[in-house]
Ligand binder design. Structure first.
Ligand code: ADP
Ligand code: MG
Length: 747
């Protein structure tokens, strides 16, 4: 039976002003929240729900508990901290005790209430210096609402439109919409125990019980994931159907010569991956493959193998990486391993010429750039390694055959496509991720690709002893170990979050999930409430120390704790002419210690380095820490990694550091990372942009991710579901943006 009822597309074309309750003035306020259509309104889901039936006395409130109290306002005020942060406080009492409600950077909260008013307060209880507090609670005037479960909506900054008003508009919209067309076939819905869409839209806004809203959110989250998977499946099919690919023919001679020169044996996983990729390349369909593997698993060897297969058949290869340093590094090692190899050249006497490899970044000088571009356009350059400079205007290929993209979550689908479009035939594409990503995430973000995983590290890798050292006294342990390594003829890295003079280099900004979360919710009145912004240690328990800079640490360490060693400095604000000699000196062991920023994060490969010291490690995300640690332990020498922090770190930072100490497995760390990211953090960036992924997240909906992928294929394949499919396609068109999946990762 074809689905009956309202289409989301119809609601998207209906402006909110069509609702009787929405005035022109309120419509303007709604627009500030990104709500223009009735669909925007209905998908402006409550950010929390308050269950008013469970009221507590203030005297009974226990630390850590979420609670609702009804109390009288005794005063409200706001003040400014030295750091410039604004604190608004509302003091309430209920006859059994008093409670302080605090709001950071929301001065208007203090103005909303005056003494004598009766309010209900909902939030998480903290106790500080013997006083009960709630950070960013939801505070409402009593009498505003009567329902049992009250939805709390994100409201506009100066409360030009309140949560309560939004609730009224939603109610009207639901009343008038009545029935929603359900694109999910009944049997599928029954099998997955998902609510019908009409019930889901009702219950997400007006649930009778907290369980009802969970079921509703689950159904709507599934819809988001299903739309995304429909898009990915369609994209997969389009490439599968392409007959414009290249059936690479190669005798495998070049590849074999390259492999013979490697100073090591391939791992079994590498061998299998190369075999699989060679098969893909030989087929006339364009390859679209994701190559995953933990740091150090040896993805680069596999990537170069793929490129060589294409090159032997007379095509060109392009290898795009996220940073300059990495491009330079790959270029150097490719030159070394490919030196002396020849490629067929029928135009020449003897029928062959040397294989040519070039480096192209935004820093390639004008003359070199001209020469390289000519070579690419004429086909005399076989392999080009570079940054996103490769997709810039003016780069043309004579016969691009194989593209490798090393992503590190920095390139999107669009950029991948941009490189492929530089070829007349559809080139074969291999995507690598610098950091392992959890399976569910891979299915979503890379759902349009086939997957291969290198699940084996090269033999002889030792574990990296990892320690977290808190406070300045303990860090001496790290310096002592560095000196020992140096006197044993080994080398060490020291990584700092800043360059110097307080500057953070543009592409080196440490991901500081904590710092990002508390700051940006002026509008929201408390997406960060869940994480207890009140407990911000910098405000209350002494400062988190200011981050250290590479320039200053270089000076301090070379004249102090590491005096006597040859200490070099490397950071992203240095010109390539200054950077390259430092890298070279470190590779040649003319330097013992390299103090740097995260420019060394990926790809730097100096097997003699055995100690990694990461300063202010609490300011880095797990993925980054794992990458940095991966710079050591690249030989059979025992290696160590020290995570230095001040005495004060946030809880989530502590959890990240503990995870790093506990395991060295990148896939495990990636799962941990996902689990640690609070919803507010994962979704924070999305709320700003327009995206369809409002409820679904990889942490809570793992099962739905997998199911949605299966259901998408089922609906596309089953002719009985044609009507459902076309309704879904309409929704995809209306709601999903092409880079949607990437949002799941932004933080
Ligand atoms: P990834 O990119 O997967 O993090 P790389 O390709 O950079 O890893 O390889 C890491 C290091 O291991 C490099 O020094 C590389 O030369 C080396 N390597 C790669 N494969 C093997 C192998 N099979 N045996 C020993 N060393 C290897
Ligand atoms: Mg690598």
């Amino acid at each position: 039976m074809p689905p009956a009822g309202r289409h989301l597309e119809q609601l998207r074309r209906l402006p909110v002003t069509e609702l009787e309750k929405v005035s022109a003035r309120k419509a303007a306020a709604l627009r500030q929240l990104g709500i223009e259509s009735v669909l925007d309104l209905l998908t402006h889901y409550p950010r929390k729900y308050v269950d008013r039936t469970n009221q507590s006395d203030i005297a009974d409130l226990a630390e850590g508990e979420e609670a609702v109290v009804t109390a009288e306002v005794s005063r409200s005020s706001s003040r400014r901290f030295r750091t410039g942060r604004l604190l608004a406080e509302i003091l309430v009492h209920d006859g059994t005790g008093t409670l302080v409600c605090t709001f950071f950077n929301q001065p208007w909260q203090a103005r909303r209430f005056s003494s004598g008013q009766i309010v209900t307060v909902f939030g998480k209880v903290a106790v500080y210096r013997g006083k009960r507090q709630m950070a960013n609670p939801v505070v409402d005037l009593v009498g505003d609402q009567t329902g049992r479960i009250v939805p709390i909506y994100r409201q506009s900054g100066k409360a030009a439109v309140s949560s309560l008003e939004i609730g009224r508009y939603v109610e009207e919209a639901l009343d008038r919409a009545k029935e929603f067309a359900d694109p999910l076939p009944g049997p599928v819905r029954a099998e997955l125990r998902l609510l019908p869409r009409t019930a889901a839209f009702h219950d997400v806004h007006l649930p009778e019980t907290l369980e009802d809203k969970d079921a509703a959110r689950r159904r709507l989250a599934f819809d988001e994931l299903l739309r995304l998977q429909m898009l990915l499946a369609a994209r997969r099919r389009a490439t599968d159907a392409s007959s414009n690919g290249i059936a690479h023919r190669s005798g495998g001679v070049l590849l074999q010569q390259y492999l013979d020169r490697l100073p090591f044996e391939l791992t079994g996983a590498q061998r299998q991956a190369i075999a699989r990729i060679t098969e893909d390349l030989a087929s006339p369909h364009p390859m679209n493959r994701l190559l995953q593997g933990d740091v150090g698993a040896g993805k680069t060897v596999v990537a170069l193998s793929a490129l060589l297969v294409g090159i032997e058949g007379g095509y060109q290869g392009a290898f795009m990486v996220p940073t300059e340093v990495l491009a330079e590094q790959h270029h150097l090692s490719a030159m070394r391993l490919l030196e002396g190899l020849v490629v067929p050249d029928p135009g020449r006497l003897g029928g062959e010429r040397p294989l040519t490899v070039e480096l192209l970044t935004n820093r390639t000088s004008g003359a070199d750039r001209g020469r390289i571009l000519d070579g690419l356009a004429q086909g005399s350059v076989d392999l080009v390694i570079g940054t996103h400079a490769l997709i810039s205007e003016g780069v043309d290929f004579a016969a691009l055959g194989v593209v490798v993209v090393d992503e590190q979550h920095r390139f999107g689908v669009e950029q991948r496509a941009a490189l492929s479009e530089k070829a007349s035939l559809d080139p074969d594409l291999l995507v690598m991720t610098a950091t392992p990503i959890p399976r569910t995430a891979a299915m979503t973000v890379y759902g349009d690709l086939d997957h291969t995983t290198l699940d084996e590290l090269p033999a002889g890798r030792t574990t990296i002893e990892t320690r977290w050292l808190e406070g300045e006294r303990r860090e001496q342990t790290a310096w002592k170990r560095v000196l020992e390594a140096v006197s044993a003829g080994q080398q060490a890295y020291v990584v700092c979050p800043l360059v110097g003079g307080g500057a953070v280099a543009a592409d080196e900004e440490p991901e500081d999930p904590d710092a990002v979360a508390g700051e940006d919710d002026e509008e929201d009145g408390g997406a960060a409430g869940d994480k207890g912004a009140l407990l911000d240690p910098a405000e209350l328990h002494g400062e988190r120390r200011p981050p250290r800079s590479a320039v200053e640490e270089h000076e301090r360490l070379s004249s102090g704790p590491l005096g006597g060693s040859r200490v070099g400095l490397l950071h992203g604000q240095m010109a390539p002419k200054e950077k390259e000699p430092v890298m070279q000196a470190f590779r040649d062991h003319e330097l013992d210690v390299l103090v740097s920023t995260t420019v060394i994060e990926v790809g730097v490969d100096v097997p003699n380095a055995t100690v990694m010291v990461i300063e202010d490690a609490d300011r880095f995300g797990i993925a980054q820490l794992h990458q940095l640690r991966g710079r050591v332990g690249r030989s059979d020498l025992p290696s160590s990694c020290f995570l230095l922090t001040g005495d004060v770190v946030t809880d989530t930072a502590a959890a990240r550091l503990e995870a790093m100490v506990r395991t060295q497995n990148g896939f495990e760390l990636a799962e941990e990372d996902l689990a640690l990211r609070r919803e507010g953090t994962v979704l924070g960036a999305r709320q700003k942009g327009r995206t369809d992924l409002k409820l679904a997240n990889l942490r809570d909906h793992r099962d739905l991710v997998l199911e949605s992928r299966r259901v998408a294929t089922e609906i596309m394949d089953d002719p009985a579901y044609e009507e459902h499919e076309s309704l879904l396609q309409e929704e995809v068109q209306a709601l999903v943006s092409p880079d949607e999946a990437e949002y799941l990762f932004r933080s």
